[in-house]
Design a protein around this ligand. Structure first.
Ligand SMILES: [Zn+2]
Length: 300
């Protein structure tokens, strides 16, 4: 399952490829699961829209769209100039062009979802649930064999991914979020209403770096430890994003098998293997149904 760094990498790769392009038409498959908004609403929101930006929010990929219904010769204007949000074009002598409401296309990749940018003649993969025909002649396809991925639209750009961005959160806010939680610190890290996008792997790796056992109550974590954890989360995510950047083209273009260069996990998935710091065997416990990995010596 792609975690925050992978989603960030995919979003950056997509931004490079499709920003400024215009969605001319949309084909949606008949499987209902991937469609979190009605198919007709998705199609109506996407068609004749320019992709203004592509970005990550939590583990969602968000395409900010601008209507281009009123603009003639859309095809010839690609790549289009980005219009500034909220600014109107009303200047003397120029006919006012009404700023249309902005919509967003929201993609969650689930377990196996992927977005491909390809030429129209490229073979359509099995389990393709959406094809966007772009003015540049290319297609943006959503493929998802296991169908845990979700496509939806938010009108007027008001999508709320919930929680706080772990890469943007400041220490004061981080303290506020975690200080009073009476749950294991690991569960608090996975709670998407607090920090959005931290998944199992990066929670375990961050707790190892901060020297905190996953089962510790968040309330029992000291200020000093919490500060360490704050930095560990950011470091671990940034390192993973840096590594992911070099493999993005493979992932987006090809059939998804390439995967990412991953951080060498220090604890995640290493049950019984020696700790890289102290050689103590790594332990695995289940907390709230999720595997947690830690070093019983390095983590208190
Ligand atoms: Zn250790």
């Amino acid at each position: 399952m792609p975690e925050l760094p992978e989603v960030e990498t995919i979003a950056r790769g997509l931004a490079k490829r499709v920003t400024g392009d215009v969605i001319e038409s949309v084909w949606l498959g008949s499987k209902p699961e991937p469609l979190k908004s009605p198919a007709s609403v998705i199609a109506a929101s996407l068609e004749h829209s320019r992709i203004a930006t592509v970005r990550r929010m939590g583990k969602y990929i968000v395409f900010d769209l601008e209507r281009v219904d009123n603009l003639p010769n859309v095809v010839h204007s690609f790549p289009a100039k980005k219009s500034k949000r909220g600014k109107s074009d009303e200047t003397a002598g120029v006919s006012a062009h009404q700023e249309a409401p902005q919509a967003q296309w929201i993609v969650h990749l689930g377990m196996t979802g992927r977005l491909q940018v390809c030429e129209p003649q490229a073979e359509v993969a099995k389990h393709t649930h959406a094809i966007l025909h772009l003015a540049s002649g290319r297609e943006l396809r959503f493929v998802d064999p296991r169908r845990f991925g979700r496509l939806s639209v938010a009108q007027s750009g008001d999508f709320d991914a919930g929680g706080v961005e772990p890469l943007e959160v400041e220490l004061d806010r981080f303290n506020e979020l975690f200080r009073a939680r009476n749950t294991p610190i690991k569960s608090a890290l996975l709670n998407q209403k607090l920090l959005r996008g931290v998944g199992n792997i990066y929670a375990d790796e961050s707790l190892f770096r901060a020297g905190i056992r996953p089962r510790r109550r968040a309330t029992a974590v000291t200020q000093e430890e919490r500060t360490k954890l704050f930095h560990a989360i950011k470091d671990v995510l940034k390192e993973a994003i840096k590594l992911g950047g070099s493999s993005v083209s493979d992932y987006v273009d090809a059939d998804g098998k390439e995967g990412f260069f991953q951080l060498r996990h220090r604890v995640y998935g290493r049950e019984g293997d020696p700790c890289l710091v102290c050689k103590t065997p790594i332990k695995r416990v289940v907390i709230a149904g999720r595997s947690s990995h830690y070093c019983p010596k390095c983590q208190k």
